[in-house]
Design a protein around this ligand. Structure first.
Ligand code: NAP
Length: 273
């Protein structure tokens, strides 16, 4: 793995750092002596992580913030203005599983605010900060589901397609400014997110990865690749999309997801629009 302190400086900021892939990325950066700004909502989890990270000898600033709220990116910028941050990991994300029309519109709006708006705003803010220094890194979290529309997680897969496209473009656009941008698109990863989904993943022929493995693949790719998909089978799913009609993988994932949903989404459709 590259020397992140040397490449991007003393501080990194990780959103959604308290659990899952974000926590694994934070611990791997801490091992290299990179100081961390960690962002998530749950203060208790952040405090636990802070102690674990400080035990490695690094400095930590924990920020409890709901990144789906308007103004949260500006708040993060203001609270970190005094720190020489050189690496942004925009990892926080949520999913909504189930029939699109059965999911309350507020849930879908929150998903877009967190999965799309927050990484876009933070990338904008930190790319400007990095451009002034002539160096920096941005790691964006998409998903294998971002490589095609996926029925039953339609809004989630669409949000991840946005991130994939944004990151691919920024990788080229920001390179001359000294800024590395990479999009990490994991397949199924053993985290709280997947544990809480009403999906029997045994019915979908994909391998599960540990968050530590996914974190390592993402960090290793930064500065080398525009996009990275951990795991051979996942890579195959992402690659074969380019060779066959676009509708085929959408239909395949639709069939697999419908078969794998354990409990029908019982949330009432809320006609709020
Ligand atoms: N797990 C998978 O199979 C998988 C596959 C592909 C892509 N991904 C992507 O990888 C990223 C991390 O997912 P994960 O599986 O590690 O999920 P996770 O274990 O559920 O972690 C999500 C993190 O985001 C934080 N978060 C959630 N809502 C937030 C909000 N409104 N404001 C600020 N922070 C918030 C959570 O902390 P709080 O709840 O305390 O806020 C937590 O730290 C996501 O973008 C996800 O879409 C995951």
């Amino acid at each position: 793995m590259k020397n992140f302190k040397q490449a991007y400086g003393k501080w990194a900021l990780v959103t959604g750092a308290s659990t899952g892939i974000g926590k694994a990325i934070s611990l791997q950066l801490a091992k290299q002596g990179v100081n961390l700004v960690t962002v998530a909502r749950n203060q208790k989890n952040l405090q636990l992580l802070q102690s674990e990270l400080e035990n490695t000898g690094i400095e930590v600033l924990s920020i409890s913030a709901d990144l789906s709220q308007p103004g949260s990116s500006t708040e993060i910028n203001n609270k970190t203005a005094h720190l020489d941050i050189g690496l942004l990991v925009a990892n926080a994300g949520i999913e909504n599983t189930g029939e699109f029309i059965d999911t309350p519109i507020q849930n879908e709006q929150n998903l877009l605010a967190l999965n799309v708006n927050s990484p876009m705003e933070l990338s904008h803010i930190f790319a400007k900060r990095f451009a002034k220094k002539g160096k920096g890194g941005i790691l964006l979290l998409s998903s294998l589901f971002g490589y095609q529309g996926v029925p039953q997680v339609a809004n989630y897969s669409a949000s991840k397609a946005y991130i994939l496209s944004l990151g691919e473009a920024l990788n080229v656009e920001l390179k001359p400014l000294g800024i590395d941008v990479t999009v990490l698109s994991p397949g199924l990863t053993q985290t709280t997110m997947t544990q809480n989904m009403n999906v029997n993943f045994n019915k979908i022929p994909i391998t599960q990865h540990r968050p530590e493995v996914v974190a390592r693949v993402g960090l290793n790719a930064l500065g080398k690749k525009a996009t990275v998909v951990p795991g051979f089978i996942n890579k195959f799913y992402a690659w074969e999309n380019r060779l066959i009609p676009r509708s085929w993988p959408v239909k395949l994932f639709g069939f697999l997801m419908k078969r794998a949903i354990k409990v029908k989404n019982t949330l009432e459709a809320a006609p709020t629009h």
